[in-house]
Design a protein around this ligand. Structure first.
Ligand code: GTP
Length: 767
């Protein structure tokens, strides 16, 4: 309301006065605006004063006010001689924090016998003004009507009505009589005595309410008397004394300064328009006017209004914090910031609201504080939530960093930390930090708590610890698996390449040894990870299964068709093409190829059955209870099914045939003789080429190179491997030729078949 600019046309001059109550007894909506923007008094707190003028109509009241306070109240036109001031006008004393109230004159012929407005305006003035100026002519002193005695009786009556409760009465009101046109020789004090005796008489005649029977007029009023010379007849004296009188209102250092603290109605200036309005509303509606209640109501209204304005500013100030917190960030010094904003809001509230009714103010302050706290609680909770999240992240990171530093170390090397100690240290650090952050957020006069959040955080730390422990164990398991895999890769191939009776026992021994070694590492790590015994047993069982799986897979790789064929061929070659001392055999005519081949064939008979399954005989005791009970090792030892064994035997047979034929062919080659005349003929015919080669550096170098290579191959007896390499390279191209040769040989030597019965060299029965 107070921000609305005035729409009422002001009376006679610049807008410095306002008809607050019009002749129809309506209260002006512009009062708030004038207080704040025209008179600038709204922010003065109690630092303002208020004067009201009373008196009969057209007795120069407005003239007096204008002369004393520099106001511009309308003054009666001499010729018209009719009532000028209607209702109640307000203005500000020029250059002073003084509100002047020009009240419609009494005895006005315009209102006739209607004394109601007089009573209402008296009530209104007594409830608001510190000083009531009573304006009267000197010659009226001693007369009942002319001296406003009727009006004063009304004033006294309404005063008793207002302050019938002794406890609610605070201070007094100054009745300041201004006797105009003091032209007689009667001294002022005599005039004052006459007025005082009249007043006492009126007071004594008043019927006092219960409890106030014995009270005196001076309990409620102080009296002041002053006279002014005739304005028209003695203008100089009038002006001189009017100036002197003006100083009594304007100069606080004046010994006769009229505004004493005890007269002040103690209505804060910002609440005065509302107070005046509600009082007037009560007066107009003829309801009992109870000033203390009014002041309480005003206090409630104004405290709410002040709190709302302060809260708006407070909400604006903390608004930027919300999105930050909602985005999950931790706001630095949030506790301090919240405290600062709350302190500012309370200070502003206190500054404006503490002037009002104390109990109401205290109650409203509590409400205001509770509202501020409720708003800040949201920030507090958001920050706590973010702090907890950050704490979890910090905990996770610090543990990962600490534990991660060991992940690159060998699985077999002992851990350089104790998991429980590391977790405890990290957890304590994070919780301490969280508690510190949360504590810094707790504001005075709040019942905020973060115990539940701290407990929740602790629980979540435990969950993370378990997760990390699980991850760590998995990582450890993976490392161990890799370790055993790499060991099996090397060892299994070596052991299986020697297909002897004790082959499987060597493999199983190796398996158990490797496991034992890695299990030691697992136990050490588990101890560091604070793994309980049953869990460790489960992990070891799991590890053994995985390890067996790795071994079994590795062995199966080694026993694939291709690998088996290579292995069988290698074994056969070792036995057939090398003698007992390991020296390669060179077959010559007359050598017992068939016999040697038979021996080799005999030794190969047990190879395929040996590889048919992992033989765990002899390890029953060691393997008993070695694996988890759900695992039956007999389901995981078969390598070659009977069908597969037969198929392999068949395929190996062909390989063996080729080896046998190769040996036979080498004998044929070495026994073939070249006729001498052919040699002579070649020498004669090739003489020219021979000369060309030995005279050409290029041919000579090529000859020497190939000759040297041939010699080395011959000396080192590498013709076999070289031939084999050449054969593999040219296998496809020569396959056809090879078949033709086989056919030709079969035609020439049908009696030289290597196998006479249906038992093969691998020991597998032919179908
Ligand atoms: N004799 C005399 N006349 C005065 C004095 N002061 C004012 N007047 C005249 O009295 C008349 C009324 O003056 P106002 O100031 O309008 O009187 P008022 O009491 O405010 O009148 P309402 O507002 O109509 O009640 C004017 O014509 C003034 O010139 C004074 O001190 N002595």
């Amino acid at each position: 309301m107070d921000s609305k600019s005035p729409t009422i046309a002001v009376n006679n001059g610049p807008e410095t006065q306002l008809q607050v109550i019009d002749e129809d007894q309506n209260f002006s909506e512009q009062f708030h605006y004038y207080m704040k923007h025209v008179w600038g008094l709204a922010d003065r707190g109690f630092d303002y004063n208020m004067v009201a003028v009373f008196g009969s109509q057209s007795t120069g009241k407005s003239t007096l006010l204008n002369r004393l306070f520099g106001t511009k109240f309308a003054v009666m036109n001499e010729k018209a001689r009719k009532q000028t001031t209607k209702g109640i006008w307000f203005s500000q004393a020029s250059g002073q924090n003084v509100l002047i109230m020009d009240v419609e004159g009494t005895d006005g012929r315009e209102r006739g016998e209607d004394q109601e407005f007089e009573r209402k305006s008296a009530l209104f003035s007594l409830a608001t003004a510190e000083v009531l100026l009573v304006n009267m002519w000197e010659n009226m002193v001693g007369l009942y009507n002319g001296a406003n005695m009727g009006l004063l009786k009304t004033v006294f009556e309404v005063n008793l009505q207002l302050f019938h409760d002794r406890n609610s009465r605070k201070g007094k009101t100054l009745l300041f009589f201004v006797i105009r046109d003091h032209v007689s020789k009667t001294p002022l004090n005599q005039l004052a005595d006459t007025i005082k005796s009249d007043l006492n008489r009126i007071w004594s005649e008043l019927s006092k309410p219960e409890g106030l029977e014995s009270c005196q007029i001076n309990d409620f009023f102080d009296f002041g008397f002053v006279s002014l010379p005739h304005k028209l007849l003695q203008p100089d004296q009038f002006n001189q004394q009017a100036d002197a009188l003006r100083l009594r209102f304007a100069d606080p250092s004046n010994p006769q300064y009229v505004f004493k603290q005890q007269y002040h109605k103690m209505i804060p200036a910002d609440g005065f328009p509302k107070y005046a309005e509600s009082i007037w509303e009560k007066i107009v509606s003829n309801r009992d006017l109870d000033l203390p209640t009014q002041q309480e109501l005003l206090a409630q209204y104004r405290c709410d209004e002040i709190a709302a304005a302060v809260f708006e500013a407070f909400a604006d100030a903390i608004r930027p914090l919300k999105p930050l917190l909602e985005s999950g960030r931790l706001v630095d010094n949030l506790g301090e910031q919240m405290d600062h904003h709350r302190h500012t809001a309370l200070t502003h509230f206190d500054k404006n609201a503490s002037r009002y009714h104390h109990e109401v103010y205290s109650r409203k302050r509590k409400e205001h504080l509770a509202k501020l706290n409720a708003e800040l609680l949201l920030l507090f909770l958001a920050q706590i939530k973010n702090a907890a999240k950050r704490s979890l992240q910090l905990f996770r990171d610090s543990l990962k960093k600490r534990l991660g530093s060991t992940t690159n170390s060998s699985a077999s090397s002992p851990p350089d930390y104790d998991f429980a100690t590391v977790v405890k240290a990290a957890s304590t650090k994070v919780l301490d930090r969280f508690n510190e952050q949360a504590r810094a957020l707790i504001l005075e006069d709040t019942d905020w708590s973060y115990t539940a959040e701290a407990e929740q955080l602790e629980q979540e730390l435990l969950v993370i610890t378990d997760q990390l422990k699980e991850e760590e164990i998995k990582r450890l398991q993976r490392r161990l698996e890799k370790m055993v895999q790499s060991k099996f890769t090397e060892e299994v191939a070596t052991l299986l390449n020697e297909p002897k009776e004790d082959m499987w026992s060597n493999v199983l021994r190796m398996f158990l040894d490797v496991n034992e070694f890695e299990e030691k590492a697992l136990r050490r790590m588990a101890q560091g990870l604070d793994v309980p015994k049953p869990e460790l047993d489960r992990l070891i069982g799991q590890f053994r299964l995985t390890s067996w799986e790795a071994l079994y897979t590795r062995i199966r790789e080694e026993t694939s068709d291709q690998m088996m064929l290579v292995r069988l061929r290698t074994c056969l070659e070792d036995r057939f093409r090398y003698d007992e001392q390991g020296i390669p055999r060179v077959w010559r005519p007359g050598d017992d190829i068939d016999g040697q081949f038979g021996v080799a064939k005999e030794s190969m008979a047990k190879v395929i059955p040996l590889f048919s399954k992992i033989d765990v005989d002899g390890f029953e005791l060691e393997l008993e209870g070695y694996f988890p009970s759900s695992f039956d090792i007999t389901d995981h030892i078969e390598l070659l099914s009977p069908t597969k064994q037969k198929e392999l035997a068949k395929r190996f047979q062909r390989e063996a045939d080729a080896l046998y034929l190769e040996a036979k062919r080498s004998v044929v080659v070495t026994t073939a003789k070249t006729p001498y005349w052919i040699i002579v003929l070649m020498a004669v015919l090739g003489w020219n080429e021979f000369i060309t080669i030995i005279t050409s550096p290029v041919y000579l170098i090529l000859l020497v190179t190939f000759g040297t290579a041939g010699y080395v191959i011959y000396v080192l007896n590498l013709t076999g491997p070289v031939q084999q390499a050449a054969r593999i390279v040219a296998e496809n191209a020569t396959r056809h030729m090879h078949n033709l040769l086989l056919e030709a040989l079969n035609r020439t030597e049908p009696q030289n078949q290597p196998f006479q019965n249906n038992r093969t060299m691998t020991g597998v029965e032919e179908n």
